[in-house]
Design a protein around this ligand. Structure first.
Ligand code: HC1
Length: 567
């Protein structure tokens, strides 16, 4: 331990601690911009500068380690002037269109300028007016708003192991972009949108489809149905002042009805359906010892990752489409027939915590109904924008129920929203299908929680089943390398984003480790509150098989609900 003084307070910390951390420990706030704990600690923006007694230059608190007896001042005229100047310079070449920017009122640069008391920008720097990159269906990159903090670069490389973007050029010409300034569409970007969560400004954001959805809602010829992903119910409330993890399912349903959707359905219904298909696929492959480990296939950023980086594992992916896509295929066939609606007039909209789902729904594999199965994907953030635009007071909404039958779901389905959830849901069903016995306990704690990689061996009917769960593509890479090195697993769940969908790239900002944990707790509570908690016990799923599909892995199921990804 060592002692230093910050703003006349004695602080005791471990050697190696940065000034920023020491100040945080003492309850002293030092503003930051480029800093992202544990991921981007590079001292680039110099917003966190402080005065260290005896030193000639100001020090960046986020990268300067403390020394014994150090005397630090965080709030002197010199410090405040330097911070103001640094932010003023950032603003001088920033495309300032705050009132119309997607991040208005949720922008770290804007908040900094306010908290530092900036009232003018004296300099008129050159703005990089290169047109935004809108090449992908999921993401937009606008260099004119980039502050070169490199947080996106760090998350893409260190958390996701993808490295789609990097700082290019030097000095004033520096730009964050794919190599050779290619378009995002032309590089190995998986469209996960983790960059949009860490971007402090409006330089990276989701491609917005709200106007297309407004148009569909206003068209009397269209029958517009909506599905809501498992993780959205524990995150949407954050946009309206609820604590992260608050369960707002009923209010979300009510809001969607008021927006004008003809039917409000649940992706969770399709998650139960996925378990029926994927559970059966697992049992079949496990018995035959074929293409093991079975890798889950519901996370589209993960699928794209396998396609780009590990094509040799494509045969291991479950042939099941994701719940989002199963839902679209079932809505435009089974449901359309059941209620006598022309599927050509049906528009399927998804509310997803994910940006990669925007890409997934446009894949050529996803047209089994004879139409594009899912027409538009909106992130949780876009839904919040629509609710605000419509003038709906979210807080005063009543709790409403989903429509039948594609709105009925189980506790197993909601688990999909958190890392380990697909595995737990699948095990609940696989166990009972294999043994014919009731599960002694419903919760599989071994696959819960935010640890990057979780492994367990479970006994099913005396046979050991070795499973693994990873979230974040950096961890996915580690698992695949373990498999290549000879590690034997039977069933592996991978979710692209840290925490699973609760930490998806389309979720409310901020999304951080603490918030992911709160949303995860919300998911487990939502499971506990359901009266039915195993997918195979969902009566509407049973009816779907009885009336339409026949049985899991039937020919019809294969046609509508399964696919193959080829390199
Ligand atoms: Fe997900 Fe899924 S859980 S992928 O994380 O399998 O996005 O929430 O909707 O499709 O069900 C996302 C969430 C979501 C699918 C399901």
């Amino acid at each position: 331990k060592m002692t230093l003084t910050i703003d006349n307070l004695q602080v005791e910390v471990e050697p190696g601690t940065t000034i920023l951390k020491a100040a945080q420990k003492a309850g002293i706030h030092i503003p930051t911009l480029c800093y992202l704990e544990g991921i981007n600690e590079i001292g680039a923006c110099r917003v966190c500068v402080v005065e260290v007694e005896g030193a000639r230059n100001l020090a960046a608190a986020c990268v300067t380690p403390v020394t014994p007896g150090m005397v630090v001042r965080t709030n002197t005229p010199r410090v405040r002037a330097a911070r103001r100047l640094n932010v003023e310079l950032l603003l001088s070449n920033h495309k300032m269109e705050c009132p119309t920017c997607v991040r208005n009122l949720n922008c770290e640069l804007q908040a900094l300028a306010q908290s530092l008391g900036l009232r003018q920008v004296r300099f008129n720097g050159l703005v990089n007016y290169q047109a935004p990159d809108t090449s992908t269906p999921a993401l937009v990159r606008d260099p004119a708003k980039c502050v070169l903090c490199r947080r996106c670069v760090a998350v893409c490389e260190k958390v996701q192991g993808v490295k789609a973007i990097a700082p290019l050029e030097r000095g004033f010409d520096t730009i964050v972009a794919p190599a050779f300034q290619d378009k995002l569409m032309d590089v190995a970007c998986v469209e996960c949108g983790q960059c949009t969560l860490v971007c402090p400004v409006g330089a990276l954001y989701e491609r917005d489809y709200t106007s297309e959805v407004w148009a569909a809602l206003a068209d009397p010829e269209k029958f517009v149905v909506v599905q809501t992903a498992p993780a959205t119910r524990v995150s949407l409330g954050q946009e309206f002042g609820y604590p992260p993890g608050a369960i707002n399912t009923g209010k979300m349903v009510a809001a969607l009805r008021r927006l004008g959707f003809d039917r409000v359905f649940d992706t969770n219904f399709a998650a139960d359906l996925t378990i029926m298909e994927e559970g059966s696929e697992f049992i079949e492959r496990f018995k035959k010892g074929e293409r093991l480990p079975l890798l889950t296939s519901c996370s589209p950023g993960w699928i794209k990752f396998v396609e780009h980086f590990y094509p040799e594992f494509l045969p291991h992916l479950s042939t099941c489409k994701s719940p989002q896509q199963m839902f679209g295929a079932v809505a435009k066939t089974y449901y359309a027939q059941k209620v006598g609606i022309d599927p050509a007039k049906m528009v399927v909209v998804s509310i997803m915590p994910c940006t990669a789902k925007k890409f997934e729904c446009q894949r050529p594999e996803m047209r089994a109904s004879g139409y594009q199965d899912v027409d538009y994907v909106l992130t949780t953030r876009e839904l919040a924008r629509m609710i605000r635009e419509a003038g709906i007071d979210f807080e005063s909404l009543p709790e409403e129920q989903y429509d039948d039958p594609l709105g009925e779901s189980t506790g197993a389905a909601v688990l999909f929203g958190a890392t380990g959830g697909v595995m737990e849901a699948a095990l609940r069903t696989a166990y009972e299908l294999i043994t014919g016995k009731e599960l002694p306990r419903l919760e599989f704690h071994e696959v819960r929680g935010l640890k990057g990689i979780k492994e367990a061996t479970l006994e099913i009917d005396g046979t050991p089943v070795r499973v693994a769960v990873a979230h974040g593509l950096g961890n996915a890479r580690k698992i695949l390398e373990r498999v290549k090195g000879g590690e034997e697993y039977h069933f592996v769940e991978i979710m692209c984003c840290p925490g699973g969908c609760i930490g998806g790239g389309g979720q409310p900002i901020p999304t951080n480790e603490e918030i992911r944990a709160q949303r995860m707790a919300g998911i487990y509570t939502a499971d506990e509150r359901m009266s039915i908690r195993k997918s195979h016990e969902n009566p509407s799923i049973q009816a779907l098989y009885r009336e339409f599909l026949g049985h899991p892995l039937s020919e019809k199921s294969h046609h509508l609900l399964h696919t193959h990804y080829t390199p």
